[in-house]
Write a protein that binds this ligand. Structure first.
Ligand code: URP
Ligand code: ZN
Ligand code: ZN
Length: 461
């Protein structure tokens, strides 16, 4: 069945075209003015922005963090993503039992996601120890479509610098991107224990235990390690600080290549004032923590200038009523993470595009095209070029909406952006040409999502 999305404003990173989109057999078949409507279902998109379905390359569905399990599984989590205009996710695997093979977690995640996800999905592997077998398996799995393996510089299964260096050298050989959670583990753990020992345990001490220098030092260190490994490809996840950004700018100014940088909506739109309330503050316990207004502003500028290439969510929801309450009276016992997969597109369209912080073209670059390019999914995903999957998003920029938990679809019981008034509304979402969301109602099918074998990054040499 042919479909024509007619008379919309079709957005690419380098141009905005008032035209039609023809969809055939789940693919974009043509773009042009006044395409022939014979035998086609016509969807009127006059006045609407027509964008590629957004790509979220940083989610944690069903993540087990030891003290709690993220409440979204691959069904309700991807329903939430779809309703928020995201048609592809690349999920970060959980840590497995210490010493387990790389494939162990991948197999486990296929069991969690296959037959449940409603949109297409891929996986980033996770590295939790390094030996000859792991370095060899990185190569095998790379060729099976797992083309990125994550390194944590903090948390229990972090790697040390020698291990990270070996991983980076191997990544350089393979052309593999290494996503990195960059925080100085020693300082963070010392400060957490120190505040706790003083009885300073409210959420206000969470950001104090992870000051901006802990991010900047780790960003600087990983960039030096990558440089020593021959400009190995690194992808800094969830950048939250001006200080960390300066380290990236310095490395690039010195000629270092293959650095990709991500930030998340929470670091652009929220500040550490959220931690003042002892109860409400628990909702925002995430790592890195929320920062200052000046950090928000520096990150917005960096997204507009191209210093930051990707905005993803780090979606990792725990319920406020039960799971987050573990941290009441002791912020160190609170599971880290917050929901955001459904809010990213409408929030940033309103706060970014319609408040003139970024152009609509830059929006498509940051939320669709670059994430797909960074992780080997382009041009199948992230664009509306002929031949691409017909994953399409229609936004009405004239409509208003207020973000509130009652309108969201995930299993979490709170909205990170509760009460925020937005301009712009998601009207329809298509996956492989099928209408899966209309007027905030999910119309797709459990298990319709396909596993994505990914290729090489297009954002590295
Ligand atoms: O607090 C967070 N961000 N939790 C999810 C895991 C991570 O660090 O990305
Ligand atoms: Zn992280
Ligand atoms: Zn994360």
């Amino acid at each position: 069945m042919k479909k024509i999305i007619a008379n919309g404003i079709v957005v690419f990173p380098d141009e905005t075209l008032p035209c039609d989109l023809l969809i055939e057999n789940g693919k974009i078949a043509a773009i042009g003015k006044d395409l022939c409507r014979d035998g086609a279902e016509v969807i009127d998109a006059a006045g609407k922005c027509v964008l590629p379905g957004a790509v979220d390359v940083h989610t944690h569905m069903d993540l087990d963090v030891g003290i709690a399990r993220a409440v979204n599984n691959f069904y309700d989590g991807t329903v939430a993503a779809a309703c928020g205009g995201t048609t592809t996710i690349v999920d970060h695997l959980a840590f497995g039992p210490k010493g387990c093979a790389l494939r162990h977690q991948i197999d486990e995640y296929h069991q969690l996601a296959d037959g449940k996800a409603v949109i297409d999905y891929g996986f980033h592997g996770v590295l939790q120890h390094v030996d000859e077998q792991v370095l060899a398996d990185m190569g095998t799995l790379f060729h099976e479509g797992y083309t990125s393996f994550k390194v944590y510089m903090t948390y229990d299964n972090k790697l040390n610098d020698a291990e990270i260096f070996q991983v980076l050298k191997r990544a350089k050989e393979l052309g593999m991107v290494i996503p990195v959670h960059a925080e100085n583990d020693g300082v963070v753990n010392y400060l957490r224990a120190w505040y706790k020992a003083q009885g300073l345990c409210t959420p206000a001490y969470h950001p104090k235990s992870r000051p901006d220098g802990t991010e900047a030092e780790a960003v600087s260190r990983i960039l030096h390690l990558a440089a020593m490994a021959g400009d190995a490809p690194v992808y800094i996840v969830h950048l939250s600080t001006r200080k960390g950004l300066k380290e990236i700018q310095k490395a690039r100014a010195g000629g270092q290549k293959n650095i990709i940088v991500e930030t998340c909506p929470q670091y652009l739109t929220l500040t550490d004032e959220k931690y003042q309330d002892e109860q409400e503050g628990l909702k925002y316990i995430m790592s890195p923590p929320l920062r200052k207004k000046e950090d928000n502003e520096a990150l917005w500028k960096a997204t507009a200038d191209g210093d930051i290439q990707v905005i993803a969510t780090d979606h990792c929801p725990f319920t406020f009523k039960t799971q987050k309450q573990r941290g009441a009276g002791d912020f160190t016992a609170c599971p880290n993470g917050a929901p955001g997969v459904e809010e990213r597109v409408p929030l940033l369209f309103s706060e970014g595009v319609l408040k003139n912080r970024i152009s609509v073209n830059k929006f498509v670059e940051l939320l669709c095209e670059n994430p797909a390019k960074a992780y080997g999914l382009y041009p199948q995903k992230g664009t509306l070029l002929p031949g691409s999957d017909a994953d399409v998003l229609l936004i009405d920029p004239a409509k208003e909406r207020t973000l509130t938990i009652g309108d969201l679809h995930g299993a979490c019981d709170y909205c990170t952006y509760e009460g925020m008034k937005l301009q712009g509304n998601i009207e329809m979402v298509f996956s492989h040409g099928d209408l899966i969301v209309k007027d905030n109602r999910f119309l797709g099918k459990k298990g319709a999502g396909r596993f994505l074998k990914r290729g090489k990054s297009l954002l590295i040499d």
